[in-house]
Write a protein that binds this ligand. Structure first.
Ligand SMILES: [Zn+2]
Length: 239
């Protein structure tokens, strides 16, 4: 899997490209700046304009190295046609805010609950997200009380930095790969993408994030649920 174009050019929301393959309701593009989703994060959506009209890209199906862009109509567009793609900026922003907030929440849980690991995560386009933690002994009121410190971090406007380390270095650094279920995406040279938030959090991740926590709306902790004996599910939303 290549480095995502959306990682190299996070501000690229409009681009011209060509349809290289097509089937009813889906196209393969010569290049794409859409985030394909993964690791619990929903994919980008976009509008694709072509010579005869417009169609919505509502999903991405990753099939081997190919990102099939799923259309919301069963049309089969002609190959080699030039198209203009506009990524849904509001959706990208909502997901980036929530995704960044989940890192902050994860870091605070990790610090305050003795290295508790994430067992699952889901980041939605509707402004809601959930994280599951392996926390057999946790007091749910203490988890709920993390809302204030999460918002303190947002207000503190910490820089979010992205860099790459070798797979060996990633494995050798304690706490860097912090999720039990969400493997960071591989890159062509085997390096691992690291997301660092101030000096609060540093972890391997292939998602979309803000470049500063201060760009986020505040978040609310909506609900804490017990999922089995060990797991706690924390539901958050953008306020
Ligand atoms: Zn992330």
């Amino acid at each position: 899997m290549p480095h995502y174009l959306c990682h190299e050019q996070p501000d690229l929301l409009e681009f011209e490209t060509t349809i290289v393959d097509a089937r009813p309701g889906a196209v393969l593009l010569a290049q794409s700046a859409l985030h394909p989703g993964g690791g619990g994060q929903v994919c980008d959506a976009a509008t694709l304009a072509h010579a005869d009209g417009e169609v919505r890209i509502s999903g991405v199906s990753v099939e081997g190295d190919a990102f099939w862009h799923l259309l919301d109509a069963p049309v089969e567009l002609p190959r080699e046609r030039s198209v203009h793609v506009s990524i849904d900026a509001d959706r990208r922003s909502t997901v980036a805010q929530l995704h960044t907030a989940t890192h902050v929440l994860n870091a605070l849980v990790y610090q305050r609950f003795a290295g508790a690991l994430v067992t699952g995560a889901q980041i939605n386009a509707d402004g809601t997200a959930r994280m599951d933690f392996d926390l057999p002994e946790a007091d749910n009121d203490l988890l709920r009380a993390l809302e204030a410190p999460v918002n303190d971090v947002i207000r503190a406007a910490l820089d979010v930095r992205i860099y790459y380390v070798s797979a060996g270095e990633a494995r050798a650094t304690p706490g860097l790969i912090r999720s039990l279920s969400v493997a960071p995406p591989p890159t062509p040279d085997g390096s691992v993408r690291i997301v660092e938030i101030g000096d609060l959090d540093r972890q391997a991740c292939g998602g979309t994030h803000l470049s500063n926590t201060g760009q986020s709306r505040p978040v609310r902790v909506v609900k804490i649920e017990n999922k089995g004996r060990r797991n706690r599910r924390v539901r958050i939303e953008l306020a």
